[in-house]
Design a protein around this ligand. Structure first.
Ligand code: TPP
Length: 231
């Protein structure tokens, strides 16, 4: 506890068959799949939001895949941030009775951006939280309200049964898994977070990120006065 996303991939792997489709949203979901979920066969069965890496790709993409493979099983893996982009399409999945398992890796935060801010903006934490202690969206309940089976998992030991239920369902499922908000599949992020103290100090080739010159909006001066943006 909190649950590691690699465990989710491991449990998924045990239940997937050749021909099943896995769709990844942008951000860490793609890294968890690539690192820990071996493809069962060659072919276009593992589908990623590449190109622009647009969040919100996977839920509607899963709709298309499920229509194309009505006998198959489609698993959509997404973060909570990406999931929010296209939540209305859950109703379409339900209307069409599509056998999509929407696995939401819910870390309560825009994880990639939070770590990017922390590493490259000297510990800044701004506009990334998707919940507070007092207010946490219940995504399994959202799924149920939209006509899907809603399942919520918080403990690693609950995961197997939850996935068995999801794979046995005849319509769409929202399987919300609360995961560790500090988990990242990016080795470079892990290393930099362990090393700490400002990403601009790294001297390994390819390990530095040069910020482009700032374009300041009218409101930016307020932030500057607080000394958050150092130039
Ligand atoms: C449409 C779109 N808007 C913004 C971004 C920039 N972006 C990349 S990763 C990320 C955070 C995604 O958060 P979440 O879906 O919760 O996944 P996590 O990073 O926590 O794995 C954002 C906003 C993007 N890739 N696509």
């Amino acid at each position: 506890m909190p649950l590691a996303p690699a465990r989710v991939m491991r449990e998924l792997d045990a239940r997937l068959s050749p021909g099943d489709v896995v769709i990844s949203d942008a951000s860490f979901s793609a890294g968890w799949i690539c690192s820990f979920l071996p493809a069962k066969e060659a072919g276009r069965n593992w589908i990623f939001a590449r190109g622009q890496g647009g969040l919100g790709y996977s839920l509607p993409a899963a709709l298309g895949a499920a229509v194309a493979r009505p006998e198959g099983r489609v698993v959509n893996v997404t973060g909570d941030g990406g999931f929010y982009f296209a939540i209305g399409e859950l109703a379409t999945q339900a209307q069409q009775g599509l056998r999509v398992i929407n696995v939401v890796l819910n870390n309560g935060i825009l994880g990639w951006l939070q770590m990017w801010e922390e590493i490259f903006f000297d510990g800044l934490r701004q506009s990334v939280e998707l919940e507070t202690k007092e207010s946490q969206p219940d995504l399994a309940a959202v799924g149920a309200a939209m006509g899907c089976t809603g399942i919520r998992v918080e403990k690693p030991g609950e995961l197997g049964d939850a996935l068995d239920r999801a794979f046995a369902a005849d319509g769409p499922v929202v399987l919300e898994v609360r995961i560790d908000p500090r988990a990242t599949p990016l080795q470079s992020f892990r290393r930099r977070l362990e090393e700490g103290a400002g990403g601009r100090q790294f001297d390994r080739p390819g390990a530095t990120y040069e910020l482009r010159p700032w374009t300041k909006s009218a409101g930016a001066s307020v932030v500057e006065e607080e000394g958050v943006i150092a130039e």
